[in-house]
Design a protein around this ligand. Structure first.
Ligand code: MRU
Length: 353
């Protein structure tokens, strides 16, 4: 296990250092803290695909840094050729994971900046600067979200969370875990229940690890114990992150979120979501959203051990959709949206204009 002092000074999930992208390899956690370095955007794409880096805001920033590498790698002598090279890289980065909207948001933002500049050198410089700024802003946005979210929780609350919406899913601090951190920092006594989050175990490997090392009281449960803990009054609130939120308040998040929200409704437990405005997709309808399907071996094996018969058919969606009627509030850096979401989400965006 990793030394606590080391993780505190080290915890920047993704960073730009000396024209290199540096990431924590999350596939190695919680056993080893390993940093990987990339100078090729294709390697960044592969890191996103294989969950070396994961979590909606973190993959957004990683995509932006991927494009910054592509700009540096390009040998183009003209603006048109450089934009061509960037477009090729954008496509490769975009195709890595389809559900989290932060990725396309970040890639589009970088492409816009590139197009606004007139020569090769200024395109390269502005792309790098914009990606670095995006990473810095991510941390600030999470802290702001934390400040808004504190009011939702009371002394002695036991808060359930799912997957990892923490420092490791962002550049630092976290969305749902950012709100939890801010609540703890405000002096309120809280306990956390974290689901292990089968099949990739982001809850037990990442969230339990982050909270434990922050000194926040945490209990780990199997995903199948959500109903039990709620029925025994062991949970007073739920807060999760999101990969995409529609203008109607439909929330796409890690598989299992929907059933937690249903159980919360059954047990009259408030269910909150925390996400930056970059996670909102104001254009799509539920039928437009692609749910990533992942490989069968995530379900048929635990580590090296086979836990299912050979050639079994597997359904392994990475995300599900929680409908707005199950959601009590959505915390953002512009405030908290409450039902009816069509109106409150619109207001949040208007307040940011
Ligand atoms: O497959 P993952 O690990 O990328 O899924 C992550 C989640 O579902 C998180 O809850 C979501 O990205 C919010 S992160 C702040």
């Amino acid at each position: 296990m990793i030394d606590k002092t080391k993780i505190h000074s080290a915890l920047r999930t993704v960073e730009w250092k000396n024209n290199t992208v540096v990431m924590i390899d999350q596939t190695k956690l919680p056993n080893k803290l390993v940093f990987v370095k990339y100078k090729d955007y294709r390697h960044v794409a592969n890191a996103i695909r294989t969950l070396v880096v994961r979590g909606a805001p973190a993959i957004g920033v990683s995509g932006a840094f991927g494009l910054a590498l592509a700009a540096l790698q390009s040998k183009a002598k003209t603006k048109e050729k450089l934009l061509d090279d960037l477009e090729k890289a954008r496509k490769i980065l975009f195709e890595t994971r389809p559900t989290a909207v932060n990725l396309s948001w970040a890639l589009e933002k970088i492409m816009k900046v590139a197009k606004e500049n007139n020569d090769v050198q200024s395109i390269k410089e502005s792309v790098i600067q914009t990606a670095k700024k995006m990473a810095e802003e991510d941390v600030q946005i999470n802290m702001k979200m934390g400040k808004y979210g504190v009011e939702l929780f009371e002394n002695n609350d036991t808060i359930m969370t799912h997957c990892n919406a923490g420092a490791l899913a962002t550049v630092s601090y976290g969305t749902a875990l950012g709100v939890i951190r801010a609540t703890k920092e405000s002096g309120k006594q809280i306990k956390i229940i974290v689901t292990e989050t089968r099949p990739v175990m982001q809850g037990s490997r990442l969230t339990a690890f982050e909270l434990k090392y922050d000194g926040i009281e945490v209990s780990l449960i199997p995903d199948t114990a959500v109903g039990y803990t709620m029925s025994k009054n062991l949970v007073t609130k739920v807060i999760v992150g999101a990969d995409r939120i529609l203008r109607t308040g439909h929330v796409y998040n890690k598989i299992g979120t929907y059933q937690i929200a249903l159980l919360a409704k059954q047990h009259k437990i408030p269910f909150y979501v925390a996400a930056p405005l970059s996670t909102f997709d104001l254009k799509s309808n539920p039928e437009d959203v692609i749910i990533e399907q992942r490989k069968a071996s995530e379900v048929t094996r635990i580590g090296d051990k086979k836990t299912a018969p050979d050639d079994i058919d597997v359904i392994n969606p990475a995300f599900d959709m929680t409908p707005p009627e199950l959601i009590t509030g959505i915390v953002t850096e512009a405030g908290i949206a409450k039902p009816p979401f069509l109106e409150s989400i619109k207001k949040l965006f208007e307040s940011k204009l």
